[in-house]
Design a protein around this ligand. Structure first.
Ligand SMILES: [Zn+2]
Length: 538
């Protein structure tokens, strides 16, 4: 099956029209197989325009429609007879057009005659098909026996429901139809299959990725030597939405099949209020994004501890206190939703879209130290779901007390918050040094950059602070590297923007075989990783 992916419905319709016109120009008295439904209307409009412009002449063309409801009268505005007259036959002159007769009192004879008529006209040169959400073509619904010619068939509940939008009342939808069978369709010399819109995405990917299967009648087309699937991006491409919940901002990102970020945005994180309120705001933002992009799944990265059993989250900087945040979000969104720790998501992003290593350790330096472990291309978070909290490994047995209850935790020494404390301490002890002056000029508030500004101006105190900080950082990295021996350790966080100023002296303090890189994805790692959770889970 050849596949042509078009940017949108209009492009798809134009492409299909070109192929149909090409067929008619090649063989002016050809036989076309036509389909109804909303998908081919654009194609018919294009054919009408081309005919009006004199680019193609249909006057010798004979057409056969795939199907018709049964029973139904021709003047019923829901009959396919009515549809074809309205959208094509009243506007383009043709030699002959045939549609199964929904008014017949002998449907079996009508079917046999219809099949014979196709044969007597020489068979169908080019058949146009749409595809139903359940994979039906014509009215050939999923069934064990699909080796059929034109026949009377009962419609499935799902097709009746899908078609009820065209009728006033679902009870008005006919329950039977006359349809060309799969065997009749496969006799066509060429086939164009059209698919448009997000609603068709699932069936198109099943069709392209799956085996031939009677539960997806369209998959039978795979045995035909000349089928072209023309679809728009919405029907073809999978997109995933990643949500990265942080203490100050909640970020949203849409990625495509190739992990490219197509869209991103953020909202401020509400400081007060319950978890339900935060999740309702996230739900509202997601809903807007889903309207614009064909999202197949949503991934969420959150700080804190996740209880894997029922996805309950507790996080210190957020009002999440053993809250089932996925359940809250499901009240607004009807898509699969996946959840993991934010540091794990960032690590997954590096694995699949950043450094591309299957064994890696991600270390995020910020208020604390976040850790994400990837082993064999997968997040490792342990059975309980809280492994990888490397910020709380002990590097000093009689050290500073940590909020986790232990003493000497790595993040009390090597996080950016720890660095700021070390800067302030040193400045207090050396009030005349350049670094102390810089802090004064900046109204007494040091930040992570202060030490770099002071080093640039040649402050020996700053050099000493930074060297000591790097030793703390290296102690932790050397330890975790010995445990996991990852191919790469990826560092992220604002401080890593210093690049080689940080990396070069750090490397000197590390064991020789440790490969440390700075994250390329940085702030996008969270949204990419969260979206990847959804992508890899499907
Ligand atoms: Zn701790």
């Amino acid at each position: 099956m050849r596949v042509i992916v078009c940017s949108n419905y209009d492009e798809m319709s134009k492409q299909a029209a070109k192929l149909v016109a090409g067929q008619v120009n090649l063989k002016p008295n050809c036989v076309l197989g036509l389909a109804t439904g909303s998908t081919p209307i654009g194609l018919y409009n294009n054919l009408i325009q081309m005919s009006d412009a004199g680019d193609v002449d249909f006057s010798e063309v004979t057409t056969f429609n795939l199907d018709e409801y049964y029973p139904i009268s021709k003047d019923n505005d829901q009959s396919y007879d009515y549809f074809m007259n309205k959208h094509l036959f009243s506007k383009v002159k043709m030699k002959n057009h045939y549609i199964p007769n929904g008014e017949t009192s002998d449907p079996e004879k009508e079917c046999t005659d219809y099949e014979k008529r196709i044969e007597s006209e020489g068979g169908i040169d080019l058949q146009i098909l749409g595809i139903g959400q359940n994979g039906h073509i014509g009215f050939n619904e999923p069934d064990i026996n699909l080796n059929t010619v034109t026949h009377l068939t009962r419609l499935t509940e799902s097709t009746i429901k899908a078609n009820s939008r065209f009728f006033e009342n679902i009870n008005d939808v006919p329950t039977m139809a006359l349809t060309m069978g799969i065997a009749s369709i496969l006799k066509s010399r060429k086939i164009i299959l059209l698919a448009s819109g997000r609603a068709k995405h699932k069936v198109v990917s099943e069709l392209l990725n799956g085996e031939i299967n009677t539960s997806i009648p369209a998959s039978m087309l795979k045995v035909h030597p000349d089928v072209v699937l023309i679809c728009d991006k919405e029907a073809y491409t999978s997109m995933y939405l990643g949500v990265d919940i942080g203490g100050t901002h909640i970020k949203f990102g849409v990625i495509d099949d190739e992990n490219h970020v197509l869209y991103k945005d953020s909202i401020r994180t509400r400081k007060r209020g319950k978890a339900q309120i935060i999740m309702s705001e996230i739900g509202a933002a997601c809903k807007e994004i889903i309207k614009k992009y064909p999202i197949s799944g949503i991934g969420i990265g959150t700080p804190g501890i996740i209880d894997k059993k029922d996805n309950r989250v507790s996080a210190a900087n957020l009002p999440f206190d053993n809250d089932p945040i996925v359940d809250y979000l499901k009240e607004y969104i009807d898509l699969p939703i996946y959840l993991d720790n934010d540091a794990n998501c960032a690590a997954l992003a590096e694995c699949k879209a950043g450094v591309h290593e299957d064994d890696l350790l991600m270390i995020t330096l910020g208020t604390g130290i976040g850790g994400g472990i990837i082993l064999g291309g997968k997040i490792y978070s342990g059975k309980r779901g809280d492994a990888g909290e490397i910020g709380h490994m002990c590097i000093q047995s009689d050290g500073i007390r940590c909020s986790c209850g232990l003493v000497g935790c790595w993040e009390k020494y090597a996080s950016v918050s720890a660095l700021i404390e070390q800067i302030n301490d040193a400045a207090q002890k050396n009030p005349d040094c350049i670094m102390a002056q810089i802090i004064k000029e900046e109204n007494g508030a040091a930040d992570g950059e202060t030490v770099f500004k002071a080093m640039e101006k040649g402050c020996p105190v700053a050099n000493e602070v930074f060297d000591k900080y790097l030793s703390y950082l290296a102690t932790g990295i050397n330890s975790v590297a010995n445990i996991f021996r990852p191919e790469t350790i990826v560092l992220a966080g604002g401080i890593t923007a210093q690049g080689d100023i940080l990396l070069k002296p750090l490397q000197k303090k590390l064991a020789a075989n440790i490969n440390v890189k700075i994250s390329r994805l940085q702030n996008d790692a969270g949204i990419i990783g969260a979206a990847l959770l959804a992508k890899l889970s499907q």
